[in-house]
Design a protein around this ligand. Structure first.
Ligand SMILES: Nc1nc2c(ncn2[C@@H]2O[C@H](COP(=O)(O)OP(=O)(O)OP(=O)(O)O)[C@@H](O)[C@H]2O)c(=O)[nH]1
Ligand SMILES: [Mg+2]
Length: 204
């Protein structure tokens, strides 16, 4: 996995993608045998949809209009070479406080200690403002030197001029340059190539 082509090839190996396990407790984490990329973001932002699009699968990862669908760390092994980890979403008010605190504990313990974690993809909805919880996560990752990449998703929901305006607002709010984020749509596949190229850098 040293060239951009390599990751593309791995992701294209759609016959060789397996769901591995759901992790509710760090003791259940699989052996750190492969590099991994984790996908984080608010509930319902489109984490699972993004993974499906990346793997060209309609519904490998369960997607739901109801927020809070993903409640564990879900591991997918791609091409016997890479783990993709779908994380539970944060910021959904209807998830009981106790459960939210448990997830947060699990996620932060995982993010901070997983030696094979190469990148955390932080996904935000392009239509939204800079949400405090996203900024908090980003700043926490930055403070721990955990590599992260921002993705602004649901791009298909905005017209070009609105898209530019929102992108500028989010860039300013999160303190990133255009090179540090990717615009994406799980619906149209827009941005997929850029995302693959950006992720490739973290796998070298
Ligand atoms: N139009 C459009 N809809 C999207 C896009 N990405 C996700 N959605 C929709 O947004 C809803 C939530 O998508 P999920 O992928 O389940 O979101 P999630 O972040 O995994 O949600 P949780 O697991 O609940 O945290 C679904 O109805 C998706 O179809 C996108 O790029 N464009
Ligand atoms: Mg999900």
């Amino acid at each position: 996995m040293t060239t951009p082509v390599a990751l593309e090839k791995i992701l294209a190996a759609s016959h060789d993608i397996h769901f591995v396990t759901s992790v509710f407790n760090v003791s259940q984490l699989p052996a750190p045998e492969y590099p991994e990329i984790a996908f984080a973001g608010r509930s319902n932002v489109g984490k699972s949809s993004l993974i499906n699009r990346l793997l060209n699968r309609q519904s490998l990862v369960k997607v739901s209009a109801r927020p809070g669908k993903t409640q564990s760390l879900n591991y997918f092994l791609v091409g016997e070479a890479l783990y993709l980890v779908d994380l539970p979403g944060y910021g959904y008010a209807k998830v009981p406080k106790k459960m939210q605190a448990e997830w947060q504990g699990l996620i932060s313990e995982y993010l901070e200690n997983r030696a094979t974690l190469r990148c955390v993809v932080v996904i935000v909805d392009l239509r939204h403002s800079t949400k405090p919880q996203d900024l908090e996560l980003l700043n926490w990752l930055r403070s721990k030197d955990i590599p992260c990449l921002l993705v602004y998703t649901k791009r298909d929901k905005l017209k070009a001029n609105e898209c530019s305006r929102q992108t500028a607002i989010l860039d300013a709010g999160f303190g990133v340059t255009p090179a540090e984020r990717v615009l994406f749509s799980a619906k149209t596949g827009d941005g997929k190539e850029k995302l693959i190229l950006a992720l490739e850098k973290y796998l070298q």
